[in-house]
Write a protein of this length. Structure first.
Lengths: 107, 122
């Protein structure tokens, strides 16, 4: 099973700042089958990024994904108030697994 | 509108059983693998189970293998999760989730239900 480790656990930033979230896999993720989800309190997760770098339908272009192999990054170029949430990565290249999440909180 | 609506959650004693249902609408249910993902209170996402589009293949996380059974009825556009020998650590919100890519067993997940809460406690 591929284990995904996200860092940092919590990111404290101000609106307008840039957020950089990391997801590291214990083995190479085939074909960059890596997705990112956003979850707000009391809500279900929402798909943001798939295939490591493709934005899902309706996702603003301030969200971008990059990486390959074992190292992946989600970048939010300028944080909006609605972006403060928990973010999870998921690999779906070999069975599937989720990272433990990164909370982006208001500083 | 694509929609998933879970039902069947509730309070159950340790060792008990519960069946969750997920009613799907707005898409061709029989073309997509479906999944159950759970989230314990204050915790992250945990993958539980998957079933192929035609129901012929299934997958279970080690934590539920032998206790949970996933199934689907494509004629009713409904996904199920039969849970037995429930433990306190099964307490969670259970989400029904749709694969984004038709027929792919492992896929990113583009539609999530609102979740149904299962509480295992005496």
């Amino acid at each position: 099973e591929i284990v995904l480790t996200q860092s940092p656990g919590t990111l404290s930033l101000s609106p307008g700042e840039r957020a950089t979230l990391s997801c590291r896999a214990s083995q190479s993720v085939s074909s960059s089958y890596l997705a990112w989800y956003q979850q707000k309190p009391g809500q279900a997760p929402r798909l943001l990024i798939y295939g490591a770098s493709s934005r899902a339908t309706g996702i603003p272009d301030r969200f971008s994904g990059s990486g390959s192999g074992t190292d992946f990054t989600l970048t939010i170029s300028r944080l909006e108030p609605e972006d403060f949430a928990v973010y999870y990565c998921q690999q779906y290249g070999s069975s599937t697994s989720f990272g433990q999440g990164t909370k982006v909180e208001i500083k | 509108e694509v929609q998933l609506v879970e039902s069947g959650g509730g309070l159950v004693q340790p060792g008990g059983s519960l069946r969750l249902s997920c009613s799907a609408s707005g898409f061709t249910f029989s073309s997509y693998a479906m999944h159950w993902v759970r989230q314990a209170p204050g915790k992250g996402l945990e993958y539980v189970s998957a079933i192929s589009s035609n129901g012929g293949s299934t997958y279970y996380a080690d934590s539920v293998k032998g206790r949970f059974t996933i199934s689907r009825d494509n004629s009713k556009n409904t996904l199920y999760l039969q849970m037995s020998s429930l433990r306190a650590e099964d307490t969670a919100v259970y989400y029904c989730v749709k694969s984004q890519v038709p027929y792919d067993f492992w896929s990113r997940m583009d539609v999530w239900g609102q979740g149904t809460t299962v509480t295992v406690s005496s």
